[in-house]
Design a protein around this ligand. Structure first.
Ligand SMILES: [Zn+2]
Ligand SMILES: [Zn+2]
Length: 256
């Protein structure tokens, strides 16, 4: 399984993109930095875009994907919960801000949206996908993705403390989760439902207790301004727990 980090941050600039992860060149997890990272040919190769929740930094490229699909006379398959579909339809693809690609053209909408249910597995292009609810300020599901050869990752999307509720349903070799801010923002993390390295530590210890192992961990959604501080704290956590925990960066590729 090839895992490519197209966007790894929570703020966009010339050197950072919003969160998007590409699996084996055909599955996209979140759409914060897809269209700005991928040539048109690669966009057309996507079999599915899986969205964790409706916050802007995770759905940003959905309208642009719809417009590219229109010009290349194709469609893009998007999977997410009803809450995400409702948010896109009412606030964004509403015929005012942008074209309603969810319904247009009526004979073949450019965005083929499949509503998924938390905890109900489905299959896309031979990959088994399990949406697992996590704790965030909008309804959010993480995705466990299992390739045809059995390699498995779990991407939580944005999450606050409380992942222990998700661990029974997932056994990944690679855990992709978020650390938004350094430890001095722990109170902010608890309130806004994001993780710091100290909050991540509690979640990983719960994982280890439940599952008897720790997976490789890669972090996304860092605030670029605080990244050095986060990185130092994560290095310390990694050596403390004895497992690989690293910050993702734009262009990073992991072969599972
Ligand atoms: Zn969010
Ligand atoms: Zn976010």
């Amino acid at each position: 399984m090839k895992v490519q980090f197209l966007g790894a941050h929570n703020c966009e600039s010339a050197t950072t993109r919003l969160v998007s992860i590409l699996v084996d060149d055909i599955l996209a997890l979140d759409a914060g930095g897809l269209t700005s990272s991928l040539p048109i040919e690669s966009q057309l190769d996507l079999k599915a875009v899986l969205l964790t929740h409706y916050h802007y930094d995770h759905i940003r490229d959905i309208p642009a994907l719809g417009m590219n699909a229109l010009f290349y006379e194709t469609s893009v398959s998007v999977y997410a919960t009803q809450a995400v579909r409702d948010a896109l339809a009412s606030h964004w693809l509403n015929g005012i801000i942008y074209v309603n690609f969810l319904e247009k053209p009526p004979e073949s909408p450019r965005i083929q949206f499949t509503v998924i249910e938390p905890n109900r597995a489905f299959t896309v292009a031979g990959y088994k996908i399990l949406p697992v609810p996590v704790s965030h300020s909008a309804p959010t599901v993480g995705y466990q993705v299992t390739a045809p050869d059995g390699k498995t990752l779990f991407y939580t999307g944005d999450t606050g403390p409380g992942l222990a509720g998700a661990w029974p349903f997932t056994s990944p070799q690679l855990l992709i989760t978020e650390v938004t801010a350094p430890n001095r923002f722990e109170e902010f993390g608890r309130r806004m439902l994001h993780l710091t390295p100290s909050l991540l530590k509690e979640e990983l210890l719960a994982f280890q207790k439940q599952k008897g192992y720790l997976p490789q961990v890669v972090l996304v959604h860092m605030n670029p301004r605080q990244e050095k501080e986060i990185d130092a704290e994560v290095k310390q956590l990694s050596s403390e727990l004895g497992t690989s925990i690293t910050l993702a960066y734009e262009g990073m590729v992991i072969q599972l």
